[in-house]
Design a protein around this ligand. Sequence first.
Ligand code: ADP
Length: 197
Amino acid sequence: MNKEEKRINLILFGPPGSGKGTQAKMLEKKFDLLQISTGDLFRYELGNNTPLGQKARTFMDKGQLVPDEVTVAMLKNKIEQHPHVKGYIFDGFPRTLPQSEALDELLSTRGESVDSLISLVVDDEEIVNRLLERGKTSGRKDDANEGVIRERINVYKSETAPVYAYYDQKGCAQEIAGIGEIDEINSRLNELISSLA
Ligand code: ADP
């Protein structure tokens, strides 16, 4: 396979409010990849009041994770709808070890794997401030309440942080500073991803 044909699968990782969504949208354009945000997919279902949305709402409103089997089924569905892209940027997924194993399994059926997990590092107080600020305009219930924000940070530490170690053991996890100007962080990401292609 020549260089142009190499597919690339990235996980953009980090706590809530670390800028994953903002950066994923910029990277999607630059590297011609498909962003898959499980949070956005759930909000779409919620907005349309589908059975899946109704189920997800109870967890999201409390700042808890939607059960793995529900999340993985939705992700698998999305991937299957877009098999011919140059690669994926997973944003907000995987968020647990079982989700990581399910993702690896899904990719391995196509002879692929995760090329890189990039973690945006942002401290807790900055996160709380950013999310409270976003909550003023986003209309997101989970951003409007400091208790729910702190619960999401706790869930990130207990359930999601082990995902970093899981991919680190495979030698493909990296951290970059998530503090600073959006463009500055984007440059750091561009450089890192260009070195993978
Ligand atoms: P943030 O990164 O700001 O917390 P997201 O949009 O990624 O926001 O997620 C919002 C909510 O959607 C999460 O708090 C959780 O309830 C649910 N969610 C999103 N992705 C997942 C996932 N991979 N597994 C379980 N729940 C998820």
